[in-house]
Write a protein that binds this ligand. Sequence first.
Ligand code: PLP
Length: 388
Amino acid sequence: MAIKTSYLANHVRTLKPSGIRKFFDATAGMKDVISLGVGEPDFVTPWNVREAAILSLEDGYTSYTANAGMLELREAIAKYVDDYYCVSYDPEHEITVTVGASEAIDIALRAILDPGDEVLVVEPCFVSYAPLVTLAGGVPVIVESKKENDFKVQSEQLEAAVTDRTKAIMICSPNNPTGSMLSKREMEQIANVAKRHDLLILSDEIYAELVYDDLYTSFAAIDGMKDQTILVSGFSKDLAMTGWRLGYVCAPREITQGMLKIHQYAIMCASTMAQHAGLEGLRHGRTDMAEMRKSYRQRRNYIVQSLNEMGLPCYKPEGAFYTFPSIEATGMNSETFATRLLQEERVVVVPGNAFGDSGEGHVRCSYATSMSQLQEAMKRMRRFVEKL
Ligand code: PLP
């Protein structure tokens, strides 16, 4: 009998591992490393939010919740989205509580894609988008946002990429890794493409609370777009809750029913304790969010100025907690730059190509780290660049 060489499915075997993880593995065992690599807050979850989880355990809430999440939490999400983004969702039929925004993206794609359906993925972007489209049986069609447009995709680019098989456009604004944010006008232009071709917008709004200069507009709030938008968000970034694994997705009723079927078979429900914590965060977390935002804003201003001064041109990001400086002037590609910076100065940044080919020539530096660490990292990076 022939021996199988691999039991893995082809589409899994050929999936590339995340470029971010690969890079972090290189730091194992190294001392005195400063990481600007991670995409998570350096803050600890606010105490009242942690306490709500402790109380939930003390009160014996240790069983499953409704598949879609506790109704009380869905009601709080509906109120929050209505209060701050002016979109009203029915908590009973249009909101699902998920295991992080990550699960929300996954079930959204699996709910809407038939084999071979195309999704326009704007790169550079969060590492999971294209792989999750592939895993859902779809085909990611990459559309590159350009440096000369401050990494904002142009609606004409999207229009040109639409085919008969296009089902959705994935948008993340403010963006990981570039920090760039679309204006309302730019969103309206993209919405017009979606309307013209009857496409869904899968809008990842996980950084909506981390916006520094402008007001945030949700894609679902754009005129006529609520029925064509799947709004993904969560608690990881604005409430410093990455480890709790809590997110949510708001979508029209039919899509929510579809997503819920996948969620109930694959997941059952998000962690009960985390849901109690998230509820407290939505009800009483605004002061903490504002304080963290203020701190990120100061750090953003500092790091952008420092990078520009050392000759790594850097666009001023409007949101999230990443800068995406160009390293082209060094003559190195992003992987070599990041590897040498780690080896020679013990600073971790992520090569831009981890976020798609269009990220080449850049590195992602997260400023979700303390000001003193940032200052030391900038000192080391300047020394590294000057040496070249
Ligand atoms: N979307 C974007 C753009 C992200 O940057 C991240 C995490 O880095 C996620 C989604 C995943 O968020 P969560 O921790 O809620 O799964």
